[in-house]
Design a protein around this ligand. Structure first.
Ligand SMILES: Nc1nc2c(c(=O)[nH]1)N[C@H]1C(S)=C(S)[C@@H](COP(=O)(O)O)O[C@H]1N2
Ligand SMILES: [Mo]
Length: 324
């Protein structure tokens, strides 16, 4: 492993994962297929015990739905070599370039309309909110998808630490800004830093995770180390990486892609197979690592039970899917 300083929750290899925890993880994943099992515990390399490859012992998923995404987990090596992270380039092969990201130490700011603004190292944040493993489906607006065993902190629990005020209506997320580390940020026609936003109701839903690990490990840099969002019912661009600042506000944030092309990448961006992107269909999705298998896309990426109520008064599914 290349990590120069391991956070406290990262056990030394010698300590390994207690067998009971290991067995729990196996049981947890037993129904999810061999791919999921190998993915989530970390594919053991020859000569290494699987436990030494999975030093992360998050709490198991708090809901059975998050222990099994209903589809095989995307292989770690496939996911780790196919990323969208414009700070490091506009192709999907940015993994090598992303290793320049200095992700440790990393201080996260939570500010704006809160009673207790926080400026907290990610390692310390993980002592205050327990990481949990959740296997989530991810659907990119470009019509590819994957399934990832994330390890994350429920966003609503992190926000609660800062005590949001009643006037807070939106949550704005901002990525780091450092063109010396991230050459993509020298491309001045993009509105850096990358920004995303949710309504406070969306942010306080049970689903959004502030992700700190994946596949039983600390987060790979190309996945948005050391802390990124995952919002599983929205198109992937909402799941902002390498977050530096979270601001509670009464103004709707204008996100990176919305600023570039609002007709194509609107604020809501809820997954909907029936509303095409202006330039392509959203009816199906290409499964990463699945030999180009195409499967139907589901409304809200299949998470309607948890989130449809958020939009019941909004009416027009068309509006929620892409445009303002
Ligand atoms: N800061 C930042 N966050 C980002 C992006 C980005 O370019 N920069 N790309 C988004 C898009 S479009 C997708 S699909 C996901 C991809 O996440 P992955 O590379 O872990 O699969 O990250 C999202 N978060
Ligand atoms: Mo995406």
């Amino acid at each position: 492993m290349l990590y120069h300083r391991r956070p406290d929750w990262w056990l030394p290899d010698a300590a390994a994962t207690p067998e009971s925890a290991y067995l729990n993880r196996r049981q947890l994943l037993a129904g999810a297929g061999a791919g999921a099992l190998l993915g989530a515990i970390g594919l053991p390399k020859a000569g290494h015990a699987a436990v030494a490859e999975s030093p992360f012992t998050p709490m198991p998923a708090t809901h059975p739905e998050y222990a099994d995404a209903g589809r095989p987990v995307t292989a770690e090596d496939v996911n780790a070599a196919y990323n969208n992270f414009y700070e490091f380039g506009s192709s999907k092969k940015i993994a090598r370039a992303a290793q320049a990201l200095e992700s440790d130490p990393w201080v996260l700011e939570i500010d704006g309309l809160v009673d207790t603004p926080l400026s907290i190292d990610v390692d310390d944040l993980m002592k205050r909110v327990t990481p949990e493993e959740r296997i989530y489906r991810h659907r990119c607006v470009e019509a590819w998808s994957m399934v990832v065993p994330w390890i994350g902190l429920p966003l609503r629990d992190v926000l609660a630490l800062a005590a949001p005020q009643s006037g807070a209506r939106y949550v704005r997320f901002e990525t780091f800004l450092d063109p010396a580390q991230a050459p993509g940020q020298k491309q001045h026609w993009y509105p850096w830093p990358y920004v995303e936003g949710l309504t406070i109701e969306e942010a306080q839903n049970e689903l959004p995770l502030l992700v700190v690990g994946a596949y039983g490990k600390i987060l790979h840099k190309q996945f948005g180390a050391p802390i990124r969002l995952h919002v599983p019912w929205k198109y992937g661009f909402k799941s902002i990486k390498s977050i530096k600042r979270i601001t509670l506000t009464d103004e709707r944030p204008v996100s990176f892609w919305e600023e570039l092309a609002a007709q194509e990448y609107g604020f809501w961006a809820n997954v909907n197979p029936e509303v095409p992107h202006p330039r392509w269909s959203q009816a199906t999705e290409r499964v990463l690592g699945g030999d180009d298998e195409e499967i139907p896309t589901a409304l809200y990426n299949g998470y309607g039970d948890q989130v449809a109520h958020l939009y019941k008064d909004m009416g027009d599914l068309h509006v929620q899917s892409l445009w303002r």
